[in-house]
Design a protein around this ligand. Structure first.
Ligand SMILES: *Cc1c(COP(=O)(O)O)cnc(C)c1O
Length: 363
């Protein structure tokens, strides 16, 4: 595979052009920094940079990543208020407004857009409007929503918008990006505890790259990952972003309808409008271990993108990851067929013909 190895160096100009294309995807005129690590790098960099010690941060918890952010916020010395809702729902703008009325001193809000792990998604446009009106800085984890759901960074007023390539973009996991608003840069620069001279430092990127004309890269880029990111931007452009969004939405809707007609399993996320387009989570009836069912499904068809949910939900919830190239009618068909086979093998009711019909996959 020397074609992967004997490449000319990735130029600063090409790196900057990739950043500009990510900015276009995020509908932002803000600075975009493509960071050289998995998405947890810009997420931690954003939290540690923007949350000032002693300030109040509202951490909205609608899935496992919110719990991770809470830990980083506490490490930053912020006073953390957790607004947690059950993971089978979404948080509402009214709940966020109430939390901000309760703590008017709140300076930072963290929110996850789509939760791939639990299959729910949050109404970011409405929540961002509330945060904007209050004046706090908004950090959004859009790793699982970019290229699957509308993501309007500037129109919504998202100050720190973090994405990764590995979910709906169908790209690499080793590079990721954050769009930083002018307000966020000011807040980070004014934070004495913001990382500096550190791999976590957004200020280093600003000083050495973004504000320095983007002519000399601060360190050797992750070249293969950058080229993969560029290739997946090409692929999204070829399909059209609207096409990619529609494909993810249609896949989620078809799988949800198919499962409801199949029987035995129920969507974990109660309301269809709260279900994320990237992943569908399914609850097993009591007594049916979700991890065991996942093993049976994979034996029926190893190509089905299924896994058991993480943490406390592992025994009762399984998750179908239909993002990137797996957002397709083929994934829905194979998933429903394999679920039906696994359930029937256990003597449980499952009607694959009805499921495929409900999913619009007959004929
Ligand atoms: C996938 C994902 C990330 C990235 O984390 P990994 O667990 O390393 O894949 C971050 N946030 C959200 C909401 C995600 O779905």
């Amino acid at each position: 595979m020397t074609d992967l190895l004997d490449l000319p160096p990735l130029t600063a100009a090409r790196f900057a052009a990739i950043e500009d294309r990510v900015a276009a995807l995020l509908r932002t005129g803000n600075d975009v920094v493509v960071m050289q690590g998995e998405a947890l790098l810009p997420l931690e960099a954003a939290v540690k940079g923007a949350a000032h010690p002693g300030s109040t941060a509202l951490n909205i918890v609608t899935g496992p990543y919110g719990q991770t952010f809470g830990g980083w916020l506490r490490d930053s010395g912020a006073k953390v208020v957790d607004l947690a809702v059950p993971f089978d729902t979404a948080v509402s703008a009214e709940q966020v407004a109430q939390a901000l009325r309760d703590r008017p001193e709140t300076a930072f809000v963290s929110l996850v857009h789509a939760e791939a792990a639990t299959g729910n998604t949050n109404p970011v446009a409405e929540i961002a409007a509330v945060v904007r009106e209050h004046g706090a800085l908004l950090m959004l984890d859009a790793v699982a929503s970019v290229a699957a759901e509308p993501l309007l960074t500037d129109a919504w007023g998202v100050d720190l918008c973090v994405i990764g390539g590995q979910k709906a973009m169908g790209g690499p996991a080793g590079v990721s990006a954050v769009a930083v608003s002018p307000r966020a840069w000011e807040r980070i620069a004014a934070n004495p505890a913001a990382p500096r001279r550190s791999y976590l430092s957004l200020l280093d990127w600003r000083d050495r790259w973004t504000a320095a004309g983007r002519t000399v890269l601060p360190h050797a880029p992750a070249q293969l990952e950058m080229l993969a990111l560029e290739a997946c931007l090409d692929r999204i452009a070829a399909e059209g972003l609207d096409g990619a969004l529609a494909r993810h939405r249609a896949t989620a809707a078809a799988l949800r309808a198919g499962v409801l007609a199949l029987g035995t399993l129920t969507p974990y996320v109660r309301r269809a409008e709260d279900a994320a387009p990237v992943a569908t989570t399914l609850r097993t009836p009591s007594g049916l271990d979700a991890a065991a069912l996942v093993a049976d499904v994979l034996r029926a068809d190893p190509g089905v993108p299924v896994q058991s949910a993480g943490g406390a939900l592992a025994r009762e919830v399984l998750r179908v990851n239909h993002y990137g190239s797996a957002a397709s009618p083929g994934t829905v068909r194979r998933t429903l067929d394999a679920l039906a086979a696994a359930l029937r093998e256990r003597g449980l009711p499952a009607d694959p013909a009805a499921a495929l019909a409900a999913a619009g996959l007959t004929g």
